[in-house]
Design a protein around this ligand. Structure first.
Ligand code: NDP
Length: 324
């Protein structure tokens, strides 16, 4: 495993980490979750990603139980939660968003579900147009000073909103966000590479990137249809299937164009796509998703493929992707 600094912080996160969205509490039960976390940890993964909203709190509960069950030393791993969407199907007005009240309540509930005394990372899962940024920055600052959170960050905020949070923090002497959690993969690179470009140098923002395989598209498993036992075949994820596949075949066309490049390097497409994410030095950690241990075992090999992605391969990849 390689360990990277989370931006300009002193925290060293494993370049590959593991997240619970969709899988924990829906596709994966307790014994399989135990196998997956143990496999990741044994391979040097030290960051486990979660959120209040993942399966309405069940993903955090399951992860907390399994980590306790495995007796992972608290000082050897990091765990996150995210606040914004709420932890139930129909949250009441005070049970979602980034108000001081919900940021506090959600933090305490995540600590309980994850069975920890503090969250290593706490993300604002989206920007909240109904809450002044000052209120959220102050709430995060307070939680950090209370020892309940170590680092706070944003997820899919605009660069302008992140700049605003830094301005407020500077002017009021509060703790600023340390990291962003954006989507980044071969099919989705604009925001990470362009919009956020000034943030890395200016504020030392780290990144914990999500959906590195675009929910599995970048494994090639959807090239010939939607398998029944896959995420996009799941009845609860019709909205995601529509979002990713109802584009006149544009994404799958790109995936197919990448297949021969990976094949020439002797790499399975998934490993190749993950290595491409790892190649970007602004990526602090690539959050893997996996519903099966065989998938996770395969994906954990991605760092070995990194040296194969030299300049000429990167140029070939750029040429295969649609123009920005
Ligand atoms: P991926 O894009 O890597 O998709 C993971 C899914 O792809 C798996 O669950 C599995 O789905 C399939 N898959 C993975 N590896 C393989 C393989 N080798 N062969 C075949 N199929 C494979 O990541 P996620 O979308 O899960 O995102 C990773 C994490 O990022 C999440 O768990 C979450 O922690 C975080 N996240 C954060 C978001 C945010 O807004 N901040 C949003 C989304 C995710 P299946 O077997 O079901 O087909």
């Amino acid at each position: 495993m390689e360990y990277r600094r989370l931006g300009s912080t002193g925290l060293k996160v494993s370049a590959l980490s593991y997240g619970a969205w969709v899988t924990f509490g829906r596709q994966v039960g307790r014994s399989q979750a135990r196998e997956l976390i143990a496999l990741a940890y044994d391979h040097g993964v030290n960051f486990f990603d979660n959120a209040e909203t993942y399966n309405a709190g069940e993903a955090e509960r399951l992860m907390g139980d399994v980590i306790a069950d495995l007796h992972l030393p608290r000082d050897a791993y990091t765990v996150s939660s995210k606040v914004y969407f709420g932890a139930s199907e129909q949250p009441k007005p005070t049970q979602r968003g980034l108000s001081r009240k919900h940021v506090f309540d959600a933090c305490h509930q995540a600590l309980e579900r994850l069975r920890v005394d503090y969250l290593d990372m706490y993300f604002c899962h989206r920007a909240d147009p109904d809450t002044p940024v000052e209120e959220t920055v102050l709430a995060m600052d307070t939680l950090i000073r209370q020892g309940k959170v170590l680092y706070w960050g944003t997820s899919e905020w605009s660069a302008a909103s992140i700049e605003e949070a830094h301005r407020v923090a500077r002017e009021r002497n509060l703790i600023a966000p340390s990291m962003e959690q954006p989507q980044y993969n071969l099919l989705h690179r604009e925001r990470f590479e362009r919009e956020y470009a000034p943030l890395y140098e200016r504020y030392g923002m780290g990144t914990t990137i999500w959906s590195p395989l675009a929910s599995g598209l970048l494994t090639g498993k959807y090239n010939d249809g939607v398998p029944d036992d896959s995420r996009l075949g799941h009845p609860d994820y019709g909205w995601l299937r529509e979002a990713l596949l109802e584009d006149d075949g544009a994404r799958l066309k790109t995936v197919r164009a990448l297949v021969p490049i990976a094949a020439d390097l002797g790499l399975p497409l998934a490993r190749f796509a993950l290595a491409w994410c790892l190649k970007n030095p602004h990526v602090s950690t690539v959050i893997l998703g996996a519903s099966k241990t065989a998938q996770l075992a395969e994906n954990l090999k991605a760092l070995d493929a990194l040296p194969l992605l030299d300049e000429s391969v990167m140029r070939r990849i750029d040429a295969a992707l649609p123009p920005a």
